[in-house]
Design a protein around this ligand. Structure first.
Ligand code: SF4
Ligand code: SF4
Length: 463
């Protein structure tokens, strides 16, 4: 196929070539990742038949990546998303993804008349029609819309007023669209637990973290969401706030994706006083004599051409991206550190249920250990088992699991994880990811809760 250099076909063909040469994911990921399964199958077929892959083959291939981030190479997954984005920029986005990708807009719209929306979705005929229009698979179970959104509740509680300047232990809470519009009981639980532990919670104005739109290849919307978030959150960091996320996907986007390649930016190199001819890049998790980050010194003459701030979020100020990324913590991570620092215990009651904690993909990718497991194990009598093997993925992939074309794949990915959980015979599944919650509720009848909801329940607090 003769294709322009900037075409999506070219981009995804580069991924196929690189992964066919490397082969590491052929066996390691073939049963856990639909993308690699298809990549190697297509590559082998093309080689055997001596024919080039068609645009349809390549387009279908990129649609199989749900950005779970379980594979080894961040650059490869960034290239898959780049190829998908180029397909969308050239060929457009169909109506279903356009409706589903903007979770906040859908949430706000349905939240205007939640009872009516719930009745319509529960009704066989209108429910099927609405699902068909939105491109949702007819078997997919949908959550029941809450009567009041988290934003409305937070406003009534005065959480949208900033704490006094100089206040200690203050966090800016990035609650995420699913929590704000579908499961407000989760961000409410965070507020209860944090306030009980002496942490001041401020809920700033916020947009979607951008993962659903990024996954759909909608670069314009993703960058607009992220630019607005970075502007606001960087200003809060400058005022001394730590940003916390209860959704692991929002956390992964703000902590990891946002800063990808930002350290190579001229503005950052100037700020940290890199020597002429060298790039100074902080080493993740390492400090210099306990004072500040430890740096790798990389020769520009060898790597300068490839190590540039030219990734997905390059259009946004790199210093602000770094400030946000370095000052965002997962809520469990923040809470665990806070309790350790203050010498507090939050566990007053016995935990009587048998829990299985599932560590979601985007939590595992943050390399922060298992803070919620530590927190839950503080409770008297705690029986908390864990499912977190390297390649375990619930298969929901945010909004992808809703989509007609991805539904069967999603079930295929999630079923082995559900079987592992069920084998432990829990009273309740605990996971902080609301996509996992939707998938587990679809696959079995176990109750599913965020760890903060379990903790809030044991604090005996009410809304
Ligand atoms: S994703 Fe990375 S490790 Fe896996 S096959 Fe491709 S190049 Fe190799
Ligand atoms: S991000 Fe996840 S779905 Fe995408 S290629 Fe990597 S392992 Fe597969």
């Amino acid at each position: 196929m003769n294709v322009p250099l900037s075409s999506p076909e070219k981009k995804i063909s580069e991924v196929i070539e690189a992964c066919a040469d490397c082969e590491q994911c052929r066996h390691m990921m073939a049963s856990e990742c639909l993308f690699f399964d298809a990549l190697y199958r297509l590559h082998d077929q093309a080689k055997d038949n001596g024919r080039a892959l068609s645009t349809d083959d390549l387009r279908d291939l990129v649609d199989l990546c749900n950005y779970c981030a379980l594979c080894s190479c961040p650059d490869i997954r960034a290239s898959i998303i780049e190829a998908k984005t180029r397909f969308v920029e050239r060929d457009g986005l169909t109506l279903g993804p356009r409706l589903l990708e903007d979770v906040a807009r859908m949430g706000k719209l349905c939240g205007l008349f939640p009872q009516l929306a719930n009745r319509m979705l529960a009704n066989g005929r209108t429910g099927r029609l609405l699902k068909r229009v939105a491109g949702i698979h007819e078997d997919r179970r949908l959550p029941i819309l809450p009567g009041t959104s988290f934003d409305t509740w937070a406003r009534r509680q005065g959480l949208m007023q900033k704490p006094a300047p100089g206040a200690a232990n203050k966090v800016a809470y990035f609650a995420g669209c699913s929590g704000r519009y579908l499961f407000p009981e989760v961000p409410q639980a965070l507020v209860h637990v944090f306030q009980h532990c002496g942490i001041q919670v401020y809920v700033p104005d916020q947009q979607c973290c951008g993962m659903p739109t990024l996954l759909e290849g909608d670069r314009k919307k993703t960058l607009a969401f992220m630019a607005a978030n970075v502007e606001r959150l960087a200003a809060l960091v400058a005022e001394g706030f730590t940003i916390v996320c209860s959704c692991p996907t929002c956390g992964f986007v703000l902590k990891e994706l946002l800063k990808e390649r930002a350290y190579y930016a001229d503005a950052y190199q100037k700020k940290i006083g890199a020597e002429a001819g060298f790039l100074k890049v902080p080493v993740e998790g390492r400090t210099e004599n306990g004072k500040g980050p430890s740096f790798n010194h990389i020769r520009k003459s060898i790597y300068g051409k490839i190590l540039k701030d030219n990734g997905y979020f390059a259009a946004i100020d790199p210093l602000k991206r770094i400030a946000v990324a370095e000052n965002t913590l997962d809520a469990g991570e923040y809470l665990w550190r806070h309790l350790q620092r203050e010498g507090l215990r939050v566990a007053y009651k016995a935990l009587k249920e048998r829990l299985v904690y599932f560590a979601p993909c985007h939590q595992r990718e943050q390399n922060i250990g298992r803070p919620y497991l530590e927190l839950l194990q503080m409770y008297r009598g705690a029986m908390v088992d864990i499912v977190d093997d390297t390649y375990d993925c619930c298969g929901m992939g945010g909004i992808m699991g809703y989509k007609r074309e991805f539904h069967e794949h999603s079930i295929r990915l999630g079923t082995p994880v559900m079987e592992k959980i069920a084998a432990r015979r829990p009273d309740k599944i605990v996971t902080e990811c609301l996509s996992c919650r939707l998938q587990f509720r679809h696959l079995a009848d176990y109750p599913v809760a965020h760890p903060l909801e379990v903790m809030a329940g044991l604090l005996n607090l009410t809304a």
